[in-house]
Design a protein around this ligand. Sequence first.
Ligand code: GSH
Length: 203
Amino acid sequence: MLTIHNFERSGRGLRIAWLCEEMGLPYALRLFGYPPPADYLALHPLGNVPFLEDGEVKIHESVAIALHIASRYGPTPLLPPLTHPDYARVLELTVFSEASFGGLLNTLMGAHFMAPEGEKQNWSIRGATMRCEQQLGYLEARLGDRSYLVGDELTLADIAIATALGVWRGALGRDIPPKLAAYRDRLLQRPAYQRAAKANGNI
Ligand SMILES: N[C@@H](CCC(=O)N[C@@H](CS)C(=O)NCC(=O)O)C(=O)O
């Protein structure tokens, strides 16, 4: 059984629950508040979420977790095989969701929720915000008029990006460019997303 540890309603753990739902994999969600309980810190001393227990595998970093699950329990159309022409693009955008966009989101969330009033809009925060906006424009252009970021069906890239967009809008209260917002709204209608969001406390 896969056990996903997450803060209630937190987007990166939702990313993993959604993936499991799309793949039809049974999982348990262990939800807790912030700060995390002592037994979680014993499991994962960094204390951030999500964290996956999968038998002997204990792993953090949501994108690594997603790749682990798709690789171990695939094949799945969510992650095309290594030889497929779309493989590199799926990998690129999935990693981009955290390494570029998600990293900036954490900086912005730190400032939004914790910085003293006078420092909420300092030089670094304005720069990170501009960078995020540039990346959103890039994603919207990449999407164009298509339904999915890569190819003709849902992939890990969509799950990773759509959940990151949720943090931008939900936690930071920022606008998503219109075509990207419509794309995300469509994805969120998927029954697998709805089940995961319910289990995670989002709806
Ligand atoms: N790159 C990591 C980021 C993990 C992360 O920062 N998670 C947030 C919640 S979505 C968190 O745990 N924040 C509280 C903390 O870092 O103490 C991942 O994708 O798993």
